[in-house]
Structures are given as C-alpha cells and as structure tokens.
Design a binder for this molecule. Structure first.
Ligand SMILES: [Zn+2]
Length: 249
C-alpha cells in the first residue's frame, strides 16, 4: 500500500504539471505540446530540470532564472493539489480500474475549475471529452453503462431545464451551456444519484459563496463567481461521501 500511495503522489504531481499547461493554453486555443514551457514574463524557455513538478519551484526559490520574475504560486499549488488528490483516490480505491477512472475524472475537474475561474468558460475538449471518457469507462467490465447514460441525461437535463426556466422568467441568461455539459460529464462518471447529489451540494456551496461575496461588497450574487468550480467541488463530495449520504435516507 505505501508503494501505491508514493506512486500516486509522483503520478499526481506530474499530471498536475501537465494540467498547468492545459489551464494556461486550452482557453487561449494554443497547442498543448508545442512550444515547450516558457517564462510568462521574459519568454525564456524552461529547461527540463527546471520543470520537475513541485521540486523545481522550491529549488528556484519561486523565481525565473532568466529575469528573476516571480513564478506564480498557482503552478506548485495545482501540482500539490493533484498529487494530494491522487493519494486520496489511491487510498480509497486501491489498485485497479476504479482508481484509473477516478484519476481521469479528478484530472478533468481540476483544469475545468481553474479555467472557469480565470476565463468563465469550460472548454468542450474537457467537458464533452470527459463525457465520452465517462461513458467509455462505464462500458468496461464492472461498469454500469445504463447508470452512466442516465447520469448524463438526468444531470444535464435538470440544469438545462433550470437554465431554460430562469431565462424565460427573468429574461437573463443564468447558467451557461458549459455548466450543463459539465454536469452531464459528472453524471456519466457518477451515475444519476451522483449527479443529483452534485447539483444539490453545488447549489448549497454556490449560495454560501454568493452570500460571502455579497458581504464583502463585491459585484453581488448575480455575477459573483462562476458556477463550474462549485460543481467540481460538489462532484468530489458526491464521489467520496455519496455512499454515506444515501445511507441516511
Ligand atoms: Zn523570466
């Protein structure tokens, strides 16, 4: 078991490093393979040894070798978050297909949340690509393809219905299409119960976040914070504590 957890940590840190590239380049529609990473301040190419997840940030003291510019804490934070997530998943799932599936799911949620915070969009490559991945995993032995299809339809359908009604009543666009595709993807991974629990928890989280933003005197409830990150956090809750939640009903 310790070997699995250490392997999960290293794999998570490396995947997190790649997720940083996705978060930076996907919304700008840049290639995710070329050119190699560069310092955003001076454009100096980052050498391979400067690109070791987590370790390089510490070795470089958080500064670019070329211009001395500060490297955003975001990069090691995403690597640490992904590494920690992978360790938790490995601990919960043990080795096997469910672990691979959950790792893919987690590796989709992280960039979706950060890109939505930065740009208020959710790239189709992640949401629709993730929907396809969730359905594919459900076709493997031990998977539940009916539950996966139903999860996508129930999740997407509820948010689509809510968005449609909101727009008809208020004349304003509330929920974006990106959120609808995201919950369809979550449903494909977690099934219809997981999708329902995710919607329920995300609306609680979203309300709490909106109230906090209002108290701080920021823009207010309407445009406070994009909804995607709440859906991502709620999906993780549903994945890990969903069983406990349903056992109380
Ligand atoms: Zn630089």
């Amino acid at each position: 078991m310790p070997v699995l957890l250490i392997a999960a940590f290293i794999a998570g840190a490396c995947v997190g490093s790649f997720l940083n590239v996705l978060i930076h380049r996907l919304p700008r529609e840049e290639s995710i393979v070329r050119p190699g990473s560069r310092c955003p301040a001076c454009g100096r190419p980052i050498r391979p040894w400067e690109n070791i997840p987590l370790a390089s940030f510490l070795l470089l003291g958080g500064r670019c070798r070329g211009c001395g510019g500060k490297i955003s804490l975001r990069y090691p934070a995403v690597e640490a978050l992904t590494a920690a997530g992978y360790v938790l998943l490995a601990w919960a799932d043990g080795p096997g297909m469910p672990l691979l599936r959950d790792a893919v799911f987690f590796s989709l949620l992280v960039p979706i949340a950060f890109i939505d915070i930065d740009h208020r969009i959710i790239p189709d490559e992640l949401s629709l690509g993730g929907l396809a991945a969730g359905l594919l995993f459900s076709l493997l032995p031990g998977g539940d393809w009916m539950g996966s299809v139903l999860g996508g339809i129930v999740g997407g359908g509820i948010l689509f219905g809510t968005a449609f009604a909101y727009e008809k009543i208020t004349g304003r666009e509330g929920m974006g299409g990106g959120d609808i595709k995201l919950i369809a993807m979550i449903g494909a991974f977690l099934g219809w119960k997981g999708a329902l629990l995710t919607i329920f928890c995300s609306s609680l989280l979203g309300t709490a976040g909106g109230l906090l933003a209002m108290r701080k005197g920021e823009e207010g409830l309407k445009t406070a914070i994009p909804f995607g990150p709440y859906l991502c956090a709620a999906a993780l809750f549903a994945r890990f504590l969903g069983g406990v939640f349903w056992s109380f009903l």
